[in-house]
Design a protein around this ligand. Structure first.
Ligand code: BGC
Length: 438
């Protein structure tokens, strides 16, 4: 499995959906009305987003680019702070922009997959206390009511809230479980409310992507590491699946709530998958950063935050999701050496294909990301199939973009395809960055 140059040919079922993924703030540029942009003005991030990839201005050309790369689907998000820059005032030009983007994608034969919230809050919403207050959920639902009917004629798939589990956190989060639970419950309730609105206007599949963490005990047979791993998995992944499966919201140190309005509010499991985390019960932070036993594939690392990936364990993790179709809504790698992207993609696709043999109903693969984008505080991490010139914004597809185009055309992956695009497997280590919103 790990001999990437000699992968057997693995074909995907007919109708399997291929695409790439982005989010509005990370690529659009000139977007002053959200809390991330305000954060930049306050000097909170290493780098400001600025013009990013200038995609808001160049979206017509970018639709052509996506077509030329052979992507049958494209997942993007609508920037709430553009559409509703002030509370209750909807901007017609911004609305028309997103409708036009959808129209052009559809005309180019590319399915629009639409996310309605990807990490950025309009400033007015942030100032009201955003998701900390249950009464604020209505603000988001008002936006959803407004935008969904306009986009519904084009959208082929929906995600109300990207990584709604991101907010309840992984084991490194502060100890204030009740505050986190309150926040996370509100996000989940908003997601479920948005699901109902979407379903009133569209028959297309709807499900929000999880940041699906693959957690493993640092010492495989240590009972404390195992217990902490189960706990971390519950907080990061498990309670969401349980909530949608049953309507019961169960979170540590918090009274459980029964919310029937959440039950069944996902047509599929959307999963964003990147790397794995090891859980070490002997450390306060629980994460075993930097002290990896050599059990997993360790192709990439950075001095600040080592990162490893493990396609086999990812596959095992996917096997827990057999009760609904599964859409891979993000998978990708930040690396300055594009050759690793090809290796990473090939091995993950092979693992995903194997999970299908084990009975997981996998329907899509969206690569993160189409562009080298604004990676929440910095442009250093390079996740893109396509780079761009910082001055002219000229798009520069990388070899991995052509590899992926071949994968899509072949509807599968193989060692032959890898060898066509990669003379050899590069030696390690190489700079790699992984970070997210703080
Ligand atoms: C997020 C993206 C982010 C990516 C890489 C995902 O969790 O949805 O916004 O860029 O990870 O860190």
């Amino acid at each position: 499995m790990h001999d990437v140059m000699n992968l057997p040919r693995m074909e995907f079922p007919k109708g399997f959906l291929w695409g790439s993924s982005t989010s509005a703030y990370q690529i659009e540029g000139d977007c002053p009305h959200n809390d991330w942009d305000r954060g930049a003005r306050e000097g909170r991030w290493k780098e400001a987003c600025g013009k990013a990839c200038n995609h808001y201005a160049l979206y017509k050309e970018d639709v052509e680019l996506i077509r030329s790369l052979g992507h049958p689907a494209y997942r993007f998000s609508i920037e709430w702070s553009r559409v509703e820059p002030e509370e209750g005032r909807f901007d017609a030009a911004a609305t028309e922009h997103y409708v036009d983007l959808c129209r052009r994608l559809t005309a180019a034969g590319i399915q629009p997959w639409v996310t309605l919230f990807h990490f950025t809050n309009p400033i007015w919403f942030a100032d009201k206390g955003e998701w900390n207050k249950e009464e604020n959920i209505g603000c988001f639902l008002r936006f959803v009511e407004y935008i969904v009917p306009k986009i519904a004629p084009y959208a082929e798939g929906w995600a109300p809230i990207n990584e709604y589990n991101f907010y309840s956190g992984a084991p490194n989060q502060p100890e204030d479980h009740r505050r986190l639970a309150n926040y996370a419950f509100n996000v989940l309730l908003a997601d479920a409310g948005a699901y109902d609105i979407i379903k009133a206007h569209s028959a297309k599949p709807c499900g929000s992507p999880m940041a699906y963490l693959t957690l493993q005990p640092f010492r495989p047979h240590d009972p404390f590491d195992q217990a902490m791993t189960d706990y971390a998995d519950w907080v990061a992944n498990g309670w969401y699946y349980h909530a949608i499966r049953t309507g019961e919201l169960v979170y540590p140190f918090t009274d459980a709530r029964y919310c029937p309005q959440v039950k069944g509010r996902a047509d599929f499991w959307g999963v964003n998958i990147y790397a794995r985390d090891l859980v070490d019960s002997r450390r306060k932070a629980c994460r075993a950063d930097g002290r990896y036993p050599h059990r997993a594939l360790r192709l990439v690392q950075s001095a600040e935050k080592p990162w490893e990936f493990s396609p086999d364990e990812l596959m095992a993790n996917l096997c827990r999701l057999k009760d609904k179709p599964v859409y891979i809504t993000e998978n990708g790698l930040a690396t300055d050496d594009d050759r690793f992207r090809i290796v990473y993609m090939a091995l993950h696709l092979a693992a995903i294909r194997q999970a299908m043999d084990f009975g997981v109903d996998l329907r899509s693969y969206f690569h993160w990301s189409l562009f080298d984008n604004y990676e929440w505080g910095s442009f250093d991490p390079k996740y893109g199939l396509v780079g761009f010139d910082k001055k002219t914004f000229a798009r520069q597809p990388k070899p991995s973009a052509w590899f992926y185009k071949d994968v899509i055309a072949a509807n599968g992956v193989s060692g032959d395809l890898v060898r066509k695009h990669l003379a050899d497997v590069p030696s390690m280590p190489v700079a790699c960055h992984r970070q997210g919103p703080s």
